[in-house]
Design a protein around this ligand. Structure first.
Ligand SMILES: [Zn+2]
Length: 95
């Protein structure tokens, strides 16, 4: 295969992948959906590259559809944690 064709194919694949990728932000405590991004995104834009590999593993997961799930803390839980810092010691304080 011609190298240029190979490069184009990869580029096309990456474009398709980026356009179909959905990023869902889910609260790590109450599991509510905080937000969703359907537009063209990549990890650089989302700032994932700032995370250490351990943080990435903890925060980001990929499902079988190729969608990305990011675990965050929603406003309600953020409030709750600020008022009750002890809850941080529990793994799933609201379940
Ligand atoms: Zn929450």
């Amino acid at each position: 295969m011609d190298l240029q064709i190979l490069v184009d194919t990869v580029r096309e694949y990456q474009d398709t992948w980026r356009h179909t990728m959905t990023v869902t932000y889910t609260c790590r405590y109450c599991r509510s959906t905080v937000g969703k991004i359907d537009e063209s995104v990549n990890e650089m834009r989302l700032g994932f590259h700032w995370l250490t590999p351990e943080e990435r593993k903890d925060i980001i997961s990929y499902d079988m559809n190729g969608d990305t799930h990011v675990r965050v803390v929603c406003e309600t839980c953020q409030d709750m944690l600020e008022k009750n810092p002890d809850l941080l010691l529990l793994k799933n304080p609201f379940q």
